[in-house]
Design a protein around this ligand. Sequence first.
Ligand SMILES: [Mn+2]
Length: 258
Amino acid sequence: MRVVAISDLHIGVHAGRDGFGHAIADFEAWLGHLEDQHDQVVLVGDIYQTDHGAMPGSRAGQLHAARRRAQGLARRFDGPGYHYVHGNHDEVAHSELGAPSSVVLEDHGMRLCFTHGHPFDPVADRAQWLADIGTYATGSLRRAGLVGLARWFEHRDVAIKHDRFGGAAGPYARGAATVADREAAAVVVLGHTHAAELHSTATAVYANCGTCSDGRRECVSIDTARGTIELWRWPMGAGNEHAPIRVAASLVDLAGRA
Ligand SMILES: [Mn+2]
């Protein structure tokens, strides 16, 4: 079985003001390309931006408005072969669409667990108010049309956090290891950080999808028959037919599995 995971699209209500940064039709064509090469697609959270409205409490409304705006994509996401795990910015998809907080797929004796990973975020854990202010501030900038400035803050935030919290010994890798233990999973795939990475420990592989926001195209591609986990990235502006750059690859020991 071949499985591809993408996360952190941040599709908002207004084209050009949200973090997504793709033309819907182009992104659909790219997804079609991924679908051709995989049997299952897992959406690992923050697919929709439901918390950039002017008023709190309008998240369900924003979810549905974003889905109407990206109708073709939303229909695809609801279709067969897709699994949708919610994140922190689309948590309302749990009550509105029944999106769970994690999903486990199993094939060839290989258990794969997909979950967004925000519970392992040290900032959200210790200072949720700070994370909320950040979301409110960038949401306000985007509503005011200051998209470039919002993007600058967001990129800076991603880079600082990845320096502090990324890596094989960081809180996300440690969090993934606890999920691997709990779910008896050989592979744990997270999103949330917008920083694609791949690390192997003695017992499990931790992969992060990176992001498909801001016009970027990154994914985790898993082949259970071969035991391979790969990070793929398309160069900005490259056509969908362009071969992805294999940023990193890891192998799960097939012999060690039942
Ligand atoms: Mn997130």
